[in-house]
Design a protein around this ligand. Structure first.
Ligand code: ADP
Ligand code: MG
Length: 260
């Protein structure tokens, strides 16, 4: 997987370069305010390499704000440490962090075709054309869109667009992929198919995913670990089983048992 930073040796075998630390993300005591409103209150969390971690909580609980801070799109008001892949990035903006984000609104370039969209970030990073193309095509295969490489973005379905958005992020080989309600715009049948696909992709790439959702069903199905948020705090964390069987508060019990 990508997290092993594999290198191919002369005899064609693959060996791992310096392995990533097992603890890929650590956030200690994060506070974020908007004016006098505290959106995130003393939030600490961590994620291990290859882990699927879900930030789950009702609308307004601070999930997107936390994700934007992890992405570097917003700098936190206060944090003791924000360690990403062994480096403190608390003050490092988005363009210098090796993370990628997928939002519900795909933000694809409508005037570029599928392949060009996936290549775009590599072009910005000045990756040579041949390598760019090869990496983009390989990633399109991973998301089962190889046959659509030259298709116009406007001609794709919602699910296909979301897969292009995924490929466009993953091709950059981020340390962590951040996903903010990525399936929110899809209808139910497609959403369930995409849950399975996303999980398979995460497993096969061996990448760390931080996944935001307000759907307890989605969190229970997909996560290695769930961080349950309410009013700017992480109120409980655990495996899906823990969260469902042993909710630690009335809020957790009602939220985890909620029908969607
Ligand atoms: P979630 O993603 O869980 O729905 P958000 O992180 O978007 O929650 O928002 C958390 C709280 O912070 C909400 O009350 C929201 O209104 C507030 N908030 C988010 N962004 C801003 C902003 N730019 N300015 C002021 N308040 C904000
Ligand atoms: Mg949100």
């Amino acid at each position: 997987g990508l997290n092993e930073r594999q290198m191919t040796t002369e005899d064609g075998s693959v060996e791992a370069a310096a392995p990533r630390p097992a603890r890929i993300l650590e956030v200690n005591r994060l506070v974020h305010t908007f004016g006098d409103f505290t959106a995130l209150n003393d939030v600490s969390l961590s994620a291990n390499s290859r882990e699927f971690v879900t930030l789950l909580g009702p609308s307004g609980s601070g999930k997107s704000t936390l994700l934007r801070i992890l992405a570097g799109l917003e700098l936190p008001t206060r944090v003791d440490a924000l360690i990403l892949d062994g480096h403190d990035v608390a003050d490092v903006p988005a363009n210098r962090r090796n993370v990628a984000t997928v939002f519900q609104h795909y933000g694809l370039f409508p005037h570029l075709n599928v392949l060009e969209n996936v290549e775009y970030g590599l072009r910005v990073r000045k990756v040579a054309k041949a390598e760019r193309r090869q990496r983009a095509l390989r990633m399109l295969e991973q998301v089962q869109l190889a046959d659509f490489a030259h298709r116009n973005i406007a001609k794709l379905s919602g699910g296909q667009k979301q897969r292009v958005a995924l490929a466009r992020s993953l091709v950059l080989e981020p340390v962590i992929l951040l996903l903010d309600e990525p399936l929110g715009a899809l209808d139910e049948k497609l959403r369930i198919d995409m849950q399975v696909e996303l999980l398979q992709l995460q497993r096969s790439l061996g990448m760390t995913f931080i996944y935001v959702t307000h759907s307890q069903e989605e969190a229970l199905t997909m996560s290695d670990r769930i961080l349950l948020m309410n009013q700017g705090r992480i109120v409980q964390e655990g495996t899906p089983e823990d969260m469902f069987d042993r909710p630690a508060s009335r809020f957790a019990a009602s939220f985890m048992g909620m029908e969607n």
